[in-house]
Design a protein around this ligand. Structure first.
Ligand SMILES: [Zn+2]
Length: 278
């Protein structure tokens, strides 16, 4: 699943290729839409969490969400696509401009492709990203709000590794960062939220934000010296204590969770026990 940093880089590449250029073609085979007027200009592209937006000067924005399968590619007009055309959900072309060549931007296999009225601040009605928590990929994201949402939007028995994936709480964290953040904070990802006190909640959110922002500008993800700490390292030795890294599915979507069963603990100063079984 693309994490927030991946979408951020994709949106930035789209922005660099498309912003200020005249749209010459827009195809979205499965999306009923009004054609773009001749001379429509692409204003730019941005990521909001895992949502990618491309804004046009006719007042509309293209909204895509990659979920597990989608990806954006950029090609020169004569270049061969690296995936089958039948998998393209939307593609757009911009004209060459002076010394700058044209581009074809293709979105493959994204489950969410919409054209929406342009999303501006103060016009929340049509905003498909309005439910999202603070974007942890952004410097200056409201971390207090994310910490508050963690308590407000998650039941106390929900496991912290599952809660960190909830984009309404804070957006940008995916399955890789969920595992890495719990490792850095030395916390068992299966700890129920009610055992995670306020300072530790804050540390989890701050660590998520720091790791995401540290990885915005390169494609090899680095969360600890040498790469990732636990993600994808089942049975390999923990970088901290040498214990083999464990793995098991977690949460309603059975997302594979990697952790060190020795040095990632449930907090010793647990909060009040949950009432009743379960
Ligand atoms: Zn360990």
């Amino acid at each position: 699943m693309p994490e927030g940093d991946t979408i951020f880089r994709a949106a930035r590449a789209l922005d660099q290729a498309l912003a200020g250029r005249t749209l010459t073609r827009f195809e979205a085979p499965r999306l009923p839409h009004r054609p773009f007027p001749e001379g429509t200009v692409v204003l730019g592209s941005e990521a909001r969490g895992k949502h990618c937006l491309v804004h046009f000067d006719d007042g509309r924005s293209l909204h895509t969400h990659m979920r597990m399968t989608g990806s954006w590619h950029l090609y020169r007009p004569s270049e061969r696509w690296r995936k089958k055309a039948s998998a393209a959900r939307v593609w757009l072309e911009v004209a060459a401009d002076g010394e700058r060549a044209g581009w074809v931007a293709v979105c493959f296999a994204a489950p969410v492709v919409d054209l929406v009225d342009r999303i501006d601040a103060g016009r929340p009605g049509a905003d498909p990203t309005a439910h999202l928590g603070p974007n942890l990929c952004e410097a200056g994201a409201d971390l207090d709000e994310a910490v508050a949402r963690l308590g407000r939007l998650s039941p106390p028995e929900r496991e912290i590794g599952d809660a960190l994936l909830d984009q309404r709480i804070a957006n940008g964290v995916g399955n890789v960062y969920k595992c890495e953040v719990c490792f850095v904070c030395e916390l068992d990802p299966f700890t129920p939220l009610h055992e995670v006190d306020e300072p530790l909640r804050r540390r989890l959110i701050e660590t998520s934000s720091r790791l995401l922002q540290a990885n915005l500008h390169h494609s090899v993800r680095i969360t600890v010296e040498g790469g990732v700490a636990v993600y994808g390292r089942r049975d390999e030795p923990c970088r901290r204590c040498g214990t083999p890294i464990a793995w098991r599915p977690q949460g309603p979507q059975a997302r594979g969770t990697y952790w060190c069963p020795t040095c990632q603990r449930r907090p010793t100063s647990a909060g009040p026990a949950p009432e009743g079984p379960g």
